[in-house]
Design a binder for this molecule. Structure first.
Ligand SMILES: Nc1nc2c(c(=O)[nH]1)N[C@H]1C(S)=C(S)[C@@H](COP(=O)(O)O)O[C@H]1N2
Ligand SMILES: [Mo]
Length: 497
């Protein structure tokens, strides 16, 4: 009985520490909720319908409390196992943590914080259970043992409550910012994808990337929580007039909006670190004009609230392209993880030299005067996007019936545009793909083609040609120092009719 109770207490403590960690660090998804969602999604449809009819609007609390109860039940069992051997309970805890990880990974927006919180919980479970059962394992005097156990149980319970409430308090500022963000009504539109941008080939990335599916890169573990009314942007350095802009100043200007595909220099050939969104904000060109850039400047050092920085060619921020101080993404205030309240978006450059999130400072300067976060770490000073194309269908290792196969994917060459995409089956002749519509040269384009396939193993390769007439190079280069090159290929199997 004491062992089962110890298991439950350890279980509660682990949930408390991992939840406190999530609250304090980013307020994102917690493992327990992720497991509850997995339980919901994996319940057979008919059973789910019957259950929801049975319990009505109690389904959500029941799901949450049911999952918690199930978890604590398993923890109790782990506690009883530890009577035989502590390693047995460790194994159960590891399995539970594994389930939590899997549940998080199937969510579209899992975060490093959430994944790490599973580890925090696991360590708590293991340590707390050992602490609680120790008095019984060296058992001599019964009443002394019992007293020891009670003291330790009390400490673990109090510790769990203390840690959970500190986490909750630490997350308060973050929750306030999230609430302020949700209540914002911005003078922006959601953007309408051009007709024919989506070729509707099953399995190809949607032309507009929804915010919760947009790839995410940041060096900070915990995204800064900045309330719009606390935000200012300082513009200084080689300028005639220093400026200090507030969020309201931005809102009172005329908004510029546009489709831009953003991609990461660390995206391997065929990778997913690329997404396309409708961005709204203020052209940075106008701000720099007002500040009055002095002759001799050729770079702008952008700094983030979290200390990250990058240097961007001045020309990319002042030429005709749509470089924005963005406040909205797909018609919604920027998600906190994507730089709320203000970030930079520059068509044609990799994110690491241009797309500063949580932007607070612009210093007009010269490349020979500054070094930035990634250039100090061996990445190239300039980061123009390289032309790339990706196969989404067929996926690597997938199986298909013989006959005509609709293949497809995306290709991008921001600010130059894609002119042509070709595919090659098993080293045969290149075949030109059909391209989806695009509104400008700053976005990716969907492509599709039909290939006839016979039973057996096959390889499909794709390559793109940009609107300057340059075809993507086949030469394979790693992502470091300035972006990967090479053609994307996938191997797939066609089954006998
Ligand atoms: N503050 C801050 N901004 C940042 C980064 C960062 O680490 N910190 N990473 C950059 C990189 S490398 C990329 S690819 C883009 C990614 O933007 P996203 O997370 O909105 O997709 O943000 C850029 N802006
Ligand atoms: Mo990046």
């Amino acid at each position: 009985m004491a062992f089962a109770l110890a298991g439950v207490l350890a279980g509660v403590a682990g949930v408390a520490t991992s939840q406190a960690f999530v609250w304090a660090a980013d307020g994102g998804e917690s493992p327990l909720i992720a497991v509850a969602s997995a339980v919901r999604d994996l319940t057979p449809g008919a059973l789910a319908v019957w259950l929801v009819e049975l319990v009505g609007h109690w389904d959500k609390p029941l799901l949450r409390y049911g999952t918690t109860a199930g978890l604590l039940g398993l923890c109790a069992w782990a506690g009883t196992l530890s009577r035989r051997h502590a390693l047995l309970s460790d194994l159960v805890f590891c399995a539970l943590a594994g389930a939590g990880l899997l549940a998080l990974l199937r969510l579209p927006n899992e975060t490093p914080v959430a994944l790490f919180s599973v580890l925090v919980g696991l360590v708590t479970w293991i340590v707390a259970l050992r602490m609680l059962t120790a008095p019984y394992l060296g058992a001599q005097d019964v009443s002394r043992t019992r007293r020891q156990f009670l003291i330790r149980s009390g400490s673990v319970a109090a510790g769990a409550v203390g840690i959970a409430s500190s986490g909750w308090l630490l997350g308060r500022g973050r929750r306030k910012v999230e609430q302020a963000r949700r209540l914002l009504r911005l003078p922006v539109t959601r953007g309408v994808a051009p007709e024919g941008a989506d070729l509707t080939v099953a399995g190809v990335a949607r032309w507009r990337t929804p915010n919760h599916r947009f790839y995410e890169i940041a060096t900070t573990l915990s995204p800064p929580a900045i309330a719009p009314h606390d935000w200012t942007l300082r513009v200084h350095g080689m300028v005639e007039r220093e400026l200090s802009l507030t969020y309201d100043d931005l809102l009172h200007r005329k908004m510029a909006e546009g489709w831009v595909t953003l991609c990461c220099v660390s995206n391997p050939v065929g990778g997913n670190l690329v997404g396309n969104a409708w961005w709204s904000g203020v052209p940075v060109r106008e701000i720099l004009e007002e500040a009055g850039v002095m002759p001799g400047a050729d770079a702008v050092l952008q700094s983030s609230h979290d200390g990250w920085n990058c240097a961007t060619p001045l020309a990319a921020l002042t030429d005709e392209r749509n470089s924005l101080l963005a406040i909205a993404m797909n018609g919604r205030p920027l998600p906190v993880r994507h730089g709320f309240p203000v970030r930079m978006v520059v068509p044609g450059l990799y994110g690491y030299v241009s797309a500063t999130k949580w932007l607070v400072d612009l210093e007009v300067t010269r490349f020979d005067e500054v070094e930035a976060y990634w250039t100090q770490r061996g990445w190239a000073e300039r980061g123009p996007v390289k032309t790339q194309s990706r196969i989404d269908v067929p996926r690597q290792g997938s199986r298909h019936p013989a006959g005509r196969l609709a293949v497809g994917g995306v290709a991008w060459a921001q600010h130059t545009g894609i002119a042509k995409v070709e595919v090659q089956l098993d080293g045969g002749p290149w075949q030109e793909a059909i391209l989806g519509q695009v509104p400008n040269v700053d976005t990716w384009v969907q492509w599709t083609a039909g290939v006839d396939v016979e039973p057996g193993d096959h390889t499909l390769v794709v390559r793109a040609t940009d609107r300057d007439g340059d075809t993507q190079t086949a030469a394979v280069q790693d992502v470091l120092p300035d972006g990967a090159t090479g053609w994307h290929g996938t191997d797939f199997v066609v089954e006998e009719g």
